[in-house]
Design a protein around this ligand. Sequence first.
Ligand code: SDX
Length: 467
Amino acid sequence: MDHQTQTITDIILKAAERARVETSNEPEPGLTKRVKWPVTCTVGPGLEGAIACESRVGYVNGAKGWLIYRGYDIFDLAAHSNFEEVCYLLLHGSLPTADEFRAFRDRLAEYRWVNKTLRMLMGFPIEEMHPMAALRLGVNLMRQEFTYADSRERRPVKGNIIGSDEDSIPMETKPRGETHAIYEFKRRSRARRLRASQQMDDAGSIQSAYHLIAGMATLAAAISRVHQGLMPLDPDPELSHAANLLYMMTGRRPTPLEERVMDVCLILHADHGMNASTFASLVVASTLADIYLAVGSGVAALQGPLHGGANEQVIYMLEELAETGDVTGWIGKKLAAKDRIMGFGHRVYKAYDPRARVLGPLAEALARGKPDVEPLFRVAQQLEAEVLNRFGNEKKIFPNVDFYSGLVYRSLGIEPEMFTPLFAVSRVAGWTARVLEYLHNNRIFRPRAIYVGEFHKEFPSPAERGF
Ligand code: SDX
């Protein structure tokens, strides 16, 4: 480990120690051994307090500020693991052995090619779409490349399948700033194509989860390139998931520091309890719709500014504040208008979000000396101090994961509109792990609404309605 990547680990370990000290007064929760359904709970608006299912995938404790994946603390995972390993852990339930890790990492690297999906996606005006809308579309299109979900009865014999990238028909599209461009994706080697044809599977298997984790990074990077008016790049199977993601977006192989920073961001965002996008994925999967459509719903839910979309909004807010310089006056106006301050508050955390504990100091270290980021970081610090001063003790409103992540991405040279897609590229690990877990013991989700309308209204005559 070089000096710079060691600095990142030191930041994480320091954040872990602060978290431990600051929440030491809160009692530790006991382990839940068995759940006997039905369970009794009090449900508030927005299903607050409702229990949707049992899970072994991950755990969030709002009082202690704990985030746990399969029993492992998020700080330990961020300090000592990597995104591929975390994906394996979330999907399979335990850390991989060295052999299992190598095999899994190689499989993900192989599954980065999503040529047929890209060809379909490039037929849409993605340069005009928000990257999250394009990503959702791409995820749904992936099922046409990797499954026979729509043609079960005409399912070909596996040996006869033509690899999805067998042809290399040039595709025409118009990325921003160009009137005409041709995309052509490199063909895979014959061995890879054959293996790819054997990978076609039902749309609810663990293979689908691997395809989604590997393929969504390629899709997000391609969308980012088109938005920059550039051609999508082929993946580099020699690079780690984090390094390849950065490479496919920027066209430059990242430094070890940049790779490590992206890896930490991917680890921190991979899973987070029964958040809105995870629940959306589970609801769709519970109808036995396939996992590609379920994950597409996760992407859609994540896009909103009350959820993952907040990270993009935070940067715009910081830019506005850096321009005016009046943080106190701005907060006063926001609160008077009952507006939400982006990047603050959380349904579960009543302590500092452990991910923000890492991302804040990380942003500080990376912003140092960068004229386009450092002033924004300073404003972010002022804003945090002001919000904690007003709400910290009483309402327990702290920065959440989305407050500092954008500053970290900005330091890596990434455009704000890609912040939420990067969240999705990581969270797909949690979505798929939880969907596959839920399907083992599936029951369709079907809550109720409290009807507050009327009964026995008399149907009016056409004349009464002016027909
Ligand atoms: C994510 O659920 C997850 O796990 C999500 C997530 C994940 O990893 O999946 O952690 C990722 O989505 C992070 C959240 C990103 N969103 C934002 O940063 C948007 C701003 N924050 C919020 O609007 C809000 O805090 C939520 C949406 C995050 C939580 O909403 P709740 O639980 O419904 O809380 P609320 O809106 O009902 O607020 C409760 C009180 C209110 O005060 P009172 O009316 O009770 O007096 O807290 C206040 C609110 O006014 N409040 C805020 C605030 N957040 C809460 N006031 C101002 N600004 C805020 N950001």
